[in-house]
Design a protein around this ligand. Structure first.
Ligand SMILES: Nc1nc2c(ncn2[C@@H]2O[C@H](COP(=O)(O)OP(=O)(O)OP(=O)(O)O)[C@@H](O)[C@H]2O)c(=O)[nH]1
Ligand SMILES: [Mg+2]
Length: 442
């Protein structure tokens, strides 16, 4: 979807709550400001932005009275729930026989979407036929025919014919064996009376189960007004927002459609015929916040938190050794996108390289650690102070001195990071646990 990382600043604002037992008014205000900036830059209606951020502020400040632990996760939950409410419901397309009419202004993406949508239903096992009822754009016939060929869809059109309703009528007869019929219609520069008349004539013969308005993400909140206007002419059942890949305004278009009572059904995410996604508000918000699978993440953080309550005392006595370090980087590699987990837990700046050691390097690290004496493994400081020891480990493991030094450096980085979490006692334990593999992510 939107490639801009709108979530980074929000994530940073959220990370301020790490380890706090009480809510901090200033941090809430900062977070609210970041949310407002992000949403307004996505062209979400200012009134809506103020409304939901006020709600977030109120709920977040209320947490103080409860004096709950794990404030940060609660704040994330509040932000997430409010944004999901702002951006509407997740769509569940019914895989059944139906007739669909796509409508919208010039260049909104109707023709491309006709083929994408056809391909989507075809992949669900439906037989799909597509009708070109655009009698306005030159070469509309050829464009749709080619797209249908690419997508393996049955195509019906009448080159040169000007009566779009007539084409639809004959198309329906020709495609009567198909489960799903998708009709592509003409556009206009603006919603004019003659377009509505033409659409009405098509609706009369097609009797569509779904009239879907196609809008481009770059119109932002205007999508709401358009949905209302089209709905007055012909009943609009839902909306498809295209070109969300090229515009940061998709959030504005989606929220506006939702508040104009137009259900967001699909999102176009690229020019390619496969680039259509069923709209999932939860995923969309998670993406906006920068956490790919927020629901799962929140669940897991909760579990880890519950499990670690008891171990807090033990944690203080624990020390990072070469042995646990090796276990951790091994587990981290298995787990994949750990960065999100760290960010979620309030450490957005863990270097990526550290979490993604290459397979070969891991083997070398292992060999080096095996060449250490138990005392060295427990306390790499003694290694660092002696070039003789470093030389010995290098020789014993078949690695270079530089590689041993790199290992020591990496160890230091992790160690520092762990102790950086000392203020929040639960954190180090959580992260160690995660890295040991008790916390499988995705
Ligand atoms: N990046 C991107 N481009 C898209 C998307 N959907 C459509 N396009 C492009 O937008 C342009 C217009 O798309 P069309 O499908 O021809 O739009 P239309 O609504 O049929 O246009 P008219 O028939 O002229 O009214 C084409 O270049 C498409 O490739 C999308 O989701 N992402
Ligand atoms: Mg078209």
């Amino acid at each position: 979807m939107v490639e801009l990382d709108l979530g980074r600043r929000i994530r940073n604002a959220i990370s301020v709550f790490t380890g706090k037992a009480y809510i901090d008014d200033k941090a809430v205000k900062e977070l609210v400001k970041e949310l407002q900036r992000t949403l307004i830059s996505s062209d979400v209606d200012v009134h809506l932005v103020l409304k939901i951020t006020k709600e977030i502020e109120r709920k977040a400040l209320d947490l103080e009275k409860k004096k709950e632990l794990a404030i940060r996760e609660q704040v994330v939950r509040i932000v997430y729930d409010e944004l999901v409410a702002l951006l509407g419901e997740t769509y569940e397309p019914k895989i059944e026989k139906k007739k669909v009419l796509l409508l919208g202004l010039y260049g909104s993406g109707k023709t491309t979407t006709a083929a994408k949508l056809g391909k989507f239903y075809k992949s669900k096992g439906m037989r799909v036929g597509v009708i070109c009822a655009d009698t306005d754009r030159p070469a509309a016939y050829e464009q749709l025919q080619q797209l249908c060929e690419k997508a393996g869809l049955e195509f019906y059109g009448e080159k040169g014919e000007k009566d779009s309703a007539g084409i639809v009528k004959r198309g329906l007869l020709k495609l009567h064996n198909f489960d799903i019929t998708i009709v592509d219609s003409s556009g206009r520069n603006a919603l004019e009376g003659d377009l509505i008349d033409e659409l009405k004539r098509i609706v009369d013969v097609l009797k569509p189960d779904e009239n879907i308005l196609v809008v481009s993400a770059d119109i932002g909140q205007v999508a709401g007004k358009q949905a209302k206007a089209f709905n007055e002419g012909v009943n609009v059942n839902g909306i498809i927002v295209t070109k969300s890949d090229g515009s940061a305004k998709a959030g504005g278009a989606i929220s506006a459609a939702h508040h104009a009572d137009a259900k967001v059904m699909f999102i176009g995410t690229g020019e390619h015929i496969d680039e259509l996604k069923v709209y999932d508000s939860k995923k969309y918000v998670a993406k906006l916040l920068g956490f790919p699978d927020l629901e799962a993440l929140l669940e897991k953080v909760k579990t880890v938190e519950a499990e670690t309550q008891i171990d807090q005392k033990k944690l203080l006595e624990e020390k990072l050794t070469m042995k646990t370090f090796l276990e951790q980087i091994k587990a981290a590699k298995k787990m994949g996108p750990l960065k999100d987990v760290f960010t979620m837990m309030g450490a957005p700046d863990v270097p990526e390289e550290m979490l993604q050691q290459s397979e070969g390097k891991m083997k070398k690290f292992e060999a080096m650690i095996n060449s250490m004496t138990p005392a060295e493994r427990d306390d790499p400081e003694i290694l660092k102070k002696s070039s003789n020891r470093i030389g010995r480990v290098a020789k014993g493991s078949g690695c270079s001195v530089a590689e041993v030094k790199e290992l020591l450096q990496q160890f230091d980085m992790i160690n520092k990071m762990m102790y950086g979490f000392k203020k929040d006692r639960g954190m180090r334990r959580k992260i160690e646990k995660m890295m040991k593999g008790g916390f499988k992510f995705q």
